[in-house]
Ligand binder design. Sequence first.
Ligand SMILES: [Zn+2]
Length: 327
Amino acid sequence: MCYNRGVEFIAHKGEDSVYKKFLIWPLIVVASLLPVGISQGASKTNITNVRVVTRNDADTPFVRTVLDVTGPVQPRFAIDKSGYNIVVTIPNTNLSRSINPRPQVNQNVISRLELGNKGPHAEVRIRVPKAVNTKDLKVFTLDGNARQKISNRVVIDVNDKSGKVQQWSHWHDSKDSISKPFSESIKKDFKGRKPFAGPGRGDMIWPVKGVITSPFGYRIHPIYGRQILHSGMDIGVDYGTPVKAAMGGVVVEADWISGYGNAVVIDHGNGMTTLYGHNERLNVITGQTVKQGDIIAYAGSTGNSTGPHVHFEIRVNGEAVDPALYL
Ligand SMILES: [Zn+2]
């Protein structure tokens, strides 16, 4: 193969003298211009969409701003001198004109959210009560997935103004998992509860060791007064705790899932799947085969969560069941 290519090259080289005069010079001029044009166009990341998730009860007010960006970015944030403005700067990034620069927000938490361009950077300004400090803030990025048409994202979380964010006060907004935050009194019932071994078959292992901060099951919502299902079990752990596959199987989902944040779903066959939600980062990809105990993710607080924990869910033929029965 190499020999053939060499021959072709030599054969053409003999005819080059004509092209040199008429073709090569224009090419050099174009080539010298191109890198400038490319670098200016490609180096600037665009913000193409903004979503604001707000929580309207005053219990633990929360506002999450998600920016879709066209490439990886490194945002930084600070509270300005006045103490009233969180300023998130996204270097070398441009806010698309189609974006509403003043989206609606939850007035319990922040009074104004403004997006704009400042020189070469995009800037997000969030007006907050003075009591909000950097502990109430979390700014992080999420990788995109071109194949699944998921863009890179910047996430800006502003939590309750008291800064007393409770790790068990999370909720889910996906269609089939409608757990809502519990009242303080109900939360207390589960605070500090130790993991228990259910009357299980012993064929699953705990994905993490930790305290159950919210068990599976129906609860009467303290505000709405109706029964709602918490479709999994919440296990409180530190950021970065390795999350293990409860059972061997095939990863059928390893991506951002609305409400669950960075999540992994494993299909174990026989209609049984497990889900591990709110991870900081994932350690597997869709389609991968995993053994029981393999590290599939590292715990975090992504999705609708206000503190690090693993939301562990087991489904049998699509129906959520109590994980405690299988552990
Ligand atoms: Zn949960």
